[in-house]
Design a protein. Sequence first.
Length: 237
Amino acid sequence: MPAKIKVAIISAVWKRPEVFDLFAIGIKRLQKIPSIKITVIISGSEGRTSRTMVQRHGFNYVEIANDPLGAKMNSAAIKAKEFKPDYVLCLGSDDIISPELMSVYERYMREKYDFIGVTDFFFYDLVTRQALYWAGYREAYRRGYTCGAGRLISRRLMEAWNWRPWEIKHSRGLDHSIQQKLNSIHHSSVTFSLLEESVFALDIKSSTNMTPFRMWDNACEIDPDVIKKHFPYVCVE
């Protein structure tokens, strides 16, 4: 049996405990995969409130100011270094990936790609019960770019970046920050479509979001039952 791959999942939390609990359920499903050892590091900014919310799920916690967001996310990445992961998986605290998607990730991690990402995403609004599928960037200057959530970064790249994948000056455009770093360093990469692989990654929207639920460019509304089938705990009435 091949050795377990060590993955550190990093994220940052701000309010929305009901959404974070759904995120935690998703993580615990991934932790059941026997071939991958998952450690979770979450940075928070609300003192005892966010610390308790994170630690009651067995996750590691870092307290830091909410702004700048780049520094907040970096703090989780720096903490991840202590666990000596093979890869770091970047997620928002409202993002869930399916175990089937993790299996696709594992295939590419075992092939030792430095960077692994997805080009499309699913969305679900807890308030309206609407669901969307976003097919990815199609502007010429961003075509082929991956989603910010669901990026897997190898230890080699993390070490080259001193475990700081985000620049502080890009705290309002974190997706672009990592893309710029990728453009400036030699690395092996693979990107793929969730739709083509028949796997799922879900961004949960609620009444409190940095980015509101709306019809983005290159998105279409889908039957919410698609989400309910793969993430039934998210769609509980």
